[in-house]
Design a protein around this ligand. Structure first.
Ligand code: ADP
Ligand code: MG
Length: 192
């Protein structure tokens, strides 16, 4: 598939109408999404990670897969003890979905957050327990570095619970990056 992987690089710096430097407020996400979309885009391969450690974890993951747009593949499910965050939270179930999509990274963030909201996620504390966490990992080879959106996801290459399921769908992205240390503690937990 020579061309589908080609970058559809979105201008993220100079060509975007940025407010002047200073404390000008960021425009809301939906407005930014409109700014980001400049005409038709080619479809690219994108990956989102899903995690749940509260309630019926498997049902939250399954529901998310049905809600997210343009899903073409789902990894196996893995159970992982929580990394960081407050003590005493339960283990996570994680999986990765692959999308074939022309949505922008920001549109995917909005879809991710709408899917979290549908799972009644309550943001009590960062890295605290959650019914559903959806992160945008990769969108073709686009790069975004903004206050509320970084793609590729900045922590994805250090997280076994991301790299192991990603290896189910895109082993070529994981080879040489996943250490045995990272893979330890990521336990197969069947399929959705
Ligand atoms: P985490 O996923 O790190 O456990 P949250 O889900 O609470 O924590 O996300 C915190 C913020 O991370 C969100 O408000 C979102 O705007 C921001 N964010 C930045 N880049 C991404 C990304 N690639 N995917 C998802 N959220 C992101
Ligand atoms: Mg998140």
């Amino acid at each position: 598939m020579p061309d589908s992987r080609r970058p559809q690089r979105q201008p993220s710096g100079p060509r975007r109408p940025h407010p002047p430097a200073g404390d000008a407020p960021e425009p809301p996400s939906a407005e930014r999404a409109v700014q980001d979309r400049r005409g038709p885009r080619q479809k690219v391969r994108a990956f989102l990670s899903l995690g749940s450690n509260l309630g019926d974890r498997r049902a939250y993951l399954a529901e998310a897969v049905t809600r997210l747009p343009d899903v073409v593949a789902v990894s196996r499910v893995y159970e992982t003890d929580p990394v960081g965050g407050p003590p005493g939270q339960g283990a996570y179930l994680n999986c990765i979905v692959e999308l074939h999509t022309d949505l922008t990274p920001r549109e995917l963030l909005m879809a991710a957050q709408a899917t979290e909201a549908a799972a009644n996620r309550i943001r009590l504390e960062r890295w605290g327990p959650r019914t559903l966490d959806v992160d945008v990992l990769l969108v073709g080879d686009e790069e975004v570095d903004e206050a509320d959106l970084t793609v590729p996801h900045p922590r994805m290459w250090t997280r076994g619970f991301v790299l192991v399921p990603l290896g189910d769908l895109a082993p070529e992205l994981v080879i040489g990056r996943l250490t045995s240390e990272q893979a330890r503690g990521v336990r197969p937990a069947g399929e959705l």
